[in-house]
Ligand binder design. Structure first.
Ligand SMILES: [Zn+2]
Length: 279
C-alpha cells in the first residue's frame, strides 16, 4: 500500500500539469461535465505512468475500482453515489467522498475503456503484429488533440467529448450499425453499474482452415439494458490473441467469431480493460 501511496503522490504533479490543457485551456460547461476535466487530467497522468511502469499503472486502476466497492457507514458501496454526470452533487451526507471516488475513479476508468476499445479495434484492423502501441492509440490521441484544438478557450460538455470520439469510431465499433457512442453514454457515463461478465457454452469448430468460436456472454449485477463492449481473447500456439470485440447487450449475448486454426481457451478481457467485477 505504501508504494501505491508513493505512486499516487508522484501522479499528482502530472495530474496538475495536465490541467493546463484539461481545466485551464479547455474548461467544463456545467457541473454535469466537470468529471471530464478531472478524469482527463488523471488519465493523462496515468498514461505517463503506464509508459514508465505498466504494473503500477494497473495497480492504480485496480485501486480505483476497489474504492468504488468501499462501503459507507450504512453499508452501501461508493459506486451507488451516482453517475459521473452528477458532479459535485455526488458528495452528500451518505457519501462524503462521492465526488472524488466517482469523478476521478469511475471517470478515469471510462476514459480507459474508451481508449482500449479504440486500440483493440485498431489492432484488429491493422493486424496485431508489427504495430507499436503508439500507432494503436492514434485514433484515441487524435480525438484528444481535436478536443484541444476545437475547444481551447471554450467549454465542453460530455456530449461534445463523445461527438469527437464518435468521429474516430471505426465501423467495427458501430453498435447496431450506428456511428454513435449513445450506448456508452446511457449505460456507462450516465450509469453506475460495475457488471460481472462470464463466458459460457464455448464451442470451437474447425472448418476451411480456420476455427469458429461461439459462446454466450452473461452479464449480471447490472441493469437489464446495459451494453458493454467485451474483448474476447483466445490462445493459439501458447500465445494470447484478440479474437474480437463483442457488444454484450443485456443479461445474455450469443456470439460467433472466426480466427486462425487451432484457437482454444477463449477468455473475456484478460487485460482488464473493463470496469467489471473480477471476484
Ligand atoms: Zn484535478
Amino acid at each position: 500500500m505504501s508504494s501505491l501511496e508513493d505512486t499516487r503522490g508522484n501522479l499528482v504533479v502530472a495530474h496538475e500539469t495536465a490541467h493546463q490543457w484539461w481545466g485551464d485551456l479547455v474548461v467544463w460547461k456545467g457541473y454535469r461535465d466537470q468529471w471530464i476535466i478531472e478524469a482527463l487530467a488523471e488519465y493523462s497522468s496515468l498514461m505517463q505512468l503506464e509508459s514508465q511502469d505498466p504494473a503500477k499503472f494497473r495497480a492504480v486502476l485496480e485501486s480505483y475500482q476497489d474504492k468504488l466497492f468501499q462501503k459507507n457507514k450504512d453499508g452501501m458501496p461508493l459506486m451507488d453515489a451516482g453517475p459521473v454526470t452528477l458532479g459535485i452533487r455526488l458528495s452528500c451526507s451518505p457519501f462524503p467522498v462521492g465526488y472524488e471516488a466517482i469523478s476521478y475513479g469511475r471517470g478515469t476508468w471510462l476514459f480507459h475503456m474508451l481508449r482500449t476499445m479504440m486500440r483493440d479495434a485498431e489492432s484488429k484492423k491493422t493486424g496485431h503484429r508489427a504495430s507499436s502501441r503508439e500507432n494503436l492509440d492514434e485514433p484515441f490521441l487524435r480525438g484528444l488533440r481535436k478536443l484541444r484544438e476545437r475547444y481551447q478557450g471554450k467549454s465542453i460538455s460530455t456530449r461534445d467529448v463523445l461527438r469527437v470520439f464518435e468521429e474516430e469510431l471505426p465501423p467495427s465499433l458501430w453498435y447496431e450499425g450506428r456511428k454513435s457512442l449513445d450506448w456508452f453514454y446511457n449505460g456507462w457515463i450516465n450509469g453506475t453499474a460495475i457488471p460481472r461478465l462470464e463466458l459460457h457454452d464455448v464451442k470451437y469448430v474447425e472448418r476451411d482452415g480456420s476455427t469458429r468460436i461461439s459462446g454466450t456472454i452473461r452479464q449480471s449485477e447490472a441493469p437489464e439494458d446495459l451494453v458493454t463492449l467485451v474483448p474476447v481473447y483466445g490462445t493459439v500456439g501458447g500465445k494470447s490473441m484478440l479474437l474480437g470485440q463483442v457488444f454484450a447487450d443485456g443479461p445474455e449475448t450469443v456470439f460467433h467469431l472466426t480466427s486462425s486454426m487451432g484457437v482454444r481457451k477463449a477468455v473475456l478481457d484478460p487485460n482488464r480493460t473493463l470496469l467489471a467485477r473480477t471476484r
